[in-house]
Design a protein around this ligand. Structure first.
Ligand SMILES: CC(C)(COP(=O)(O)OP(=O)(O)OC[C@H]1O[C@@H](n2cnc3c(N)ncnc32)[C@H](O)[C@@H]1OP(=O)(O)O)[C@@H](O)C(=O)NCCC(=O)NCCS
Length: 175
């Protein structure tokens, strides 16, 4: 993946990115939304393992850059021939809530649907994550179900999530 649009680049992660990812993944403030308020306790080696086994796992981890500075990550995982699951995280808080999420997601989804030819995109988010829900709805995701008290986070608190899906017809690009 190598997408460039104005100040934004979305590119496949490489080994060198392990140091940036380590900083983000071990930071509880960055990872709380995913259920890890104490961070992931990763090492450079464990992250390199994720990066280098991307293709075998039908998973691609990408770095989001703004004017060549890494500000977050975005990924997709192939579920079947037609379906991918995606995840987005703007890890540098100073770049959140400025409209970049809509642009980044539009770029990424456009590539998944129109270049890689997937037909359906799925994702889920925490019921508490209002910014993410607003983003997904505004880009055309439809709510499929709410999973009430479906799992526990790292510190044993019950969490609920919402499943969403999007296809070519429902996709509203912000490009
Ligand atoms: C969720 C996230 C990707 C949204 O990207 P963003 O660039 O911050 O969002 P945008 O500025 O494009 O705004 C998208 C919508 O969310 C709203 N929004 C963004 N931040 C918000 C906040 N802190 N509080 C309330 N609404 C917010 C915007 O108003 C906008 O809504 P609108 O379409 O009704 O105008 C980003 O905040 C992020 O990465 N957060 C941390 C990780 C995370 O939660 N990832 C998603 C996990 S499923």
């Amino acid at each position: 993946m190598n997408i460039k649009y104005k100040e934004i680049t979305i590119r496949t992660a490489v080994e060198h990115d392990a140091y940036t990812l380590l900083k983000w993944w071990n930071d509880g403030n960055v990872m709380a939304h995913a259920g890890f308020p104490n961070g992931l306790n990763e090492t450079v080696e464990s992250i390199n393992n994720v990066i280098t086994h991307n293709k075998e796992r039908m998973f691609e981890l990408c770095i989001i850059e703004f004017n060549d500075i890494p500000i977050g990550e975005i990924n997709y995982r192939k579920i079947d021939e037609d379906t991918v699951e995606i995840g987005i995280k703007i890890c540098d808080f100073s770049y959140q809530n400025k409209g970049y999420g809509k642009i980044i997601l539009s770029l990424f989804i456009d590539t998944l649907l129109n270049v890689l030819n997937f037909k359906k995109i799925i994702l889920d988010t925490n019921l508490n994550n209002v910014p993410a829900q607003k983003l997904y709805l505004s880009i055309g995701f439809k709510q499929v179900r709410i999973n009430k008290d479906a799992w526990k986070n790292q510190i044993g608190e019950l969490q609920s999530s919402i499943d969403y899906e999007l296809d070519q017809i429902s996709f509203k690009s912000y490009l």
